[in-house]
Design a protein around this ligand. Structure first.
Ligand SMILES: [Zn+2]
Length: 412
């Protein structure tokens, strides 16, 4: 640790400048490839070889693929990985790091002009999750410098579109990855997770019988009224789904392990007419015990019940965005356990946020840990910032595991 402190003091300013250079590249989807020249310059001298490969045909018809227009992945785009060989028998660790960042907002228009000050790097993606690629790369540099290079082969899976549904990691997983376990880099505040909740985007289109407002009788039954009743029913569904978490030890300790968020409402035609149409769009978080299909069924049943007794009314459900399955991983796996021990953490639980972990844990069947520097409340935030001390602590934890006695590659 003492050795790391000295190295960190000598390297901190260079590391901050490197992260700033990375943040300066606008990698909002579909611009992720804009980072390739930077990645070649940065990772090449650390022994990584960048490889591009085609997106497998299976991807385009996969049921968990997030559809366009939210997804911008098109034919001709490639998958990007960086490989670094390890020692024979040292195992193979796949490391997911998404290259995309969420778009800038009005209050953060200069988010691609990073600021290094006060021991922090501020800019879009500093916390989510460019700081974590830097944390990983600098761990390798430190271990090389300290004369105990990582024994395991490393594959950095540098994926697109994590923020818009995980299509990059899905495509990569479908292409196959011969690793022993996976590490997904996200701003977890240095907590190690072994799973995460799922998330599905829903669009509910309510319809009702349009008529003159003066001819309406009985309880309110316009499409807008029905949408309001639907939103209230979704709130009750969220309470029921949260109660289900009480039976899942992986989700212990979260006051709100999942959320149903109605993010958009649009409806009505003419202010003197009873509205015939109203649509709501939102995201529904769910637990592994619900699953993607189960969550969809619960949404369908909940909203169908709202219109069931209303003559001439209907509701149609669509799935225009995220189709992120939930992941329940193994908290006892030696890699996750070694990371948690190095982080000085107690029991390993699952994250109340969705991420690419599912594609490694479910699609590839790999033991998967989710971990990284940066705080979740900084991710996607205006003024997004990363404390460099947090990044240094992340290097210490990873170095302990990759270069020390914690995890020596292939699990027994
Ligand atoms: Zn992220």
């Amino acid at each position: 640790m003492e050795r790391l402190n000295g190295w960190w003091c000598a390297e901190r300013d260079r590391i901050a400048r490197t992260l700033a250079d990375f943040v300066r590249i606008d990698t909002t989807a579909p611009n992720e490839p804009a980072a390739i020249p930077f990645l070649q310059r940065y990772l090449g001298p650390l022994g990584f070889t960048l490889v591009e490969r085609p997106i497998p045909d299976l991807f385009w018809s996969h049921p968990e693929r997030c559809p366009p227009p939210l997804s911008r992945l098109t034919y001709g785009r490639t998958l990007l990985r960086a490989h670094r060989p390890g020692r024979a028998g040292g195992g193979h660790l796949a490391v997911n790091c998404h290259l995309d960042v969420v778009p800038l907002t009005e209050g953060f228009g200069d988010g691609f002009q990073p600021v290094v000050a006060g021991g922090r790097v501020t800019g879009r993606g500093a916390a989510d999750t460019k700081g974590n690629l830097v944390m990983m790369a600098e761990t390798v540099r430190f271990l090389d410098h300290a004369g105990r290079p990582p024994g395991c082969e490393l594959t950095l899976d540098l994926v697109a579109e994590e923020e818009t549904g995980g299509n990059g990691a899905l495509a990569s997983a479908l292409a196959g990855l011969d690793a022993d376990c996976a590490l997904v880099l996200e701003p977890t505040g240095l907590e190690v997770f072994c799973g995460h909740r799922g998330c599905v985007t829903f669009e509910a289109r309510f319809s009702a019988h349009a008529t003159h407002m003066g001819s309406a009788s009985g309880p309110p039954t316009s499409a807008i009224d029905l949408a309001i009743l639907g939103i209230a029913a979704l709130r009750r569904l969220e309470t029921r789904m949260i109660a289900d978490a009480a039976g899942d030890p992986l989700f212990e300790g979260w006051s709100r392990p999942l959320q149903i968020n109605v993010g958009r409402i649009e409806g009505g035609e003419w202010h003197g007419s009873v509205p015939a149409r109203c649509r709501i769009v939102g995201n529904c978080g769910f637990l592994p015990c619900h699953g993607l299909d189960g969550a969809r069924s619960m949404l369908e049943e909940t909203l169908a019940a709202v219109v069931a007794d209303v003559p001439g009314a209907g509701v149609e459900l669509r799935w225009p965005g995220l189709r992120n399955e939930a992941l329940a991983g193994d908290p006892a796996h030696p890699f996750a356990a070694a990371l948690a021990a190095a982080a000085g953490q107690g029991p390993i639980r699952a994250w109340n946020v969705s991420c690419d972990g599912r594609h490694y844990g479910r699609t590839l069947g790999l033991p998967t840990a989710i971990f990284g520097c940066g705080r979740l409340d900084q991710a996607h935030a205006e003024g997004e910032t990363l404390d460099l001390a947090d990044l240094a602590r992340g290097i210490a934890i990873l170095a302990d595991v990759l270069g020390g006695a914690g995890w020596r590659g292939r699990p027994a």
